[in-house]
Design a protein around this ligand. Structure first.
Ligand SMILES: [Zn+2]
Length: 356
């Protein structure tokens, strides 16, 4: 209840924050805040009226020496809050004008992101004209890989879906057309560690997902290929996300696969891979990034779908070390953000291409 209220008003806070901080930054002082027990980066920024999804990277860059594993706060330590830039919004002097400004940056609303998360604030028009198909692994009667965490059962499909929604929101914010192929009308973006398992996901727009594996995969291939035909002549890409790993016994963070004959699919996979390498260097210099990037035409979706595509395996939900990364909502947000940056990189100078 409290959370919902907080988020509903976050848009207003953003504006008020801008008004307050613009006068503060004029005096050249930096806002600092002491983290309380239980604070995460998202909640800390939100409490300061800063949109956590927009300023996440800046926050990390400003406070790098003060973070555990590059993403966690220490209670009792003081953190710098990134100032909000004011290029388009100016300080207004009347309530009416303030209300008008609030409306102006409200953006579009998508109920699929869940209560309090519906609003997509525009960031750029970089991806205007591009069409993305996002498929999260499994769903419906098939939960994917299962594991137990703190006595609770967790399932791959819920985590893949949460990351996919976060990615969709990023791409929409940059002006893309996005199709969320596997969808759950009552699970929005969830800032929780344990995501409840359900089986009511459907395939775009509202098709029941069959249990039979081949039928299940064929269904999503058919949906994507039909949409691909409909958008003929446009820049189109497909991103499939899983949170398990086919490669047994390997200590590898993230896998990126593409169709061996697809030049554009390879470019997409490579662009996201490169972004991950860069991010690891920047935020986790002491950890070696061990993601791989390879062609893998043996996978059904890689082989059969028509848009140029990449198939991403973000760790393995069964792996204890990966669980830490996947269960933390802030990490899921960071992963989605990194994928989106790779997508933006891929779009630069990308070609429409024929099939694949
Ligand atoms: Zn999977």
């Amino acid at each position: 209840m409290t959370l919902i209220t907080l988020r509903k008003t976050s848009c207003v806070f953003l504006i008020l924050g801008i008004l307050v901080m613009s006068s503060i930054s004029a005096q050249d002082s930096l806002i600092t805040v002491t983290a309380q027990k239980g604070d995460g980066i998202l909640s800390l920024l939100r409490k300061q009226g800063v949109n956590p999804y927009e300023r996440y990277d800046d926050f990390i860059a400003m406070n790098m020496d003060n973070l555990r594993d590059s993403v966690h706060l220490y209670a009792g330590r003081t953190y710098k809050i990134p100032p909000i830039t004011i290029d388009s919004v100016t300080v207004v002097d009347s309530i009416e004008k303030q209300a008008a400004e609030i409306k102006k940056i409200e953006g579009k609303s998508f109920s699929i992101f869940g209560e309090g998360k519906e609003t997509v604030l525009p960031k750029s028009e970089t991806l205007k004209g591009a069409v993305y198909y996002l498929v999260s692994g499994h769903g419906g009667p098939d939960p994917g890989a299962m594991a137990t965490y703190a006595g609770k059962k967790i399932a791959e499909d819920e985590y893949a879906y949460d990351i996919t929604l976060r990615l969709a929101k990023e791409l929409l914010a940059h002006g893309a057309v996005v199709y969320i192929i596997i969808r759950d009308e009552n699970d929005g973006i969830r800032d929780e560690r344990i995501l409840d398992i359900d089986h009511d996901e459907v395939a775009y727009p509202d098709k029941v997902i069959p249990l039979n594996q081949v039928a299940r995969l064929r269904q999503r291939v058919d949906i994507v290929n039909e949409l691909h035909r409909k958008h003929r002549g446009q820049f189109q890409r497909l991103i499939v996300t899983h949170v398990d790993s086919r490669s047994k016994g390997q200590n590898i963070d993230v896998f990126f696969y593409h169709h061996e004959k697809s030049k554009n699919g390879k470019k997409l996979a490579q662009s996201i891979h490169k972004t991950f390498q860069k991010k690891y260097k920047k935020y986790q210099p002491n950890r070696t990034y061990t993601g791989t990037f390879e062609d893998r035409t043996s996978l059904y979706l890689v082989k059969k779908t028509h848009p140029a595509m990449t198939f991403i395996e973000i760790g393995n939900i069964r792996n204890k070390k990966d669980q830490r990364r996947i269960l933390d909502p802030e990490n899921r947000q960071a992963l989605a953000k990194w994928i989106s940056e790779g997508v933006l990189l891929d779009f630069e100078g990308g070609e429409i291409g024929p099939i694949r």
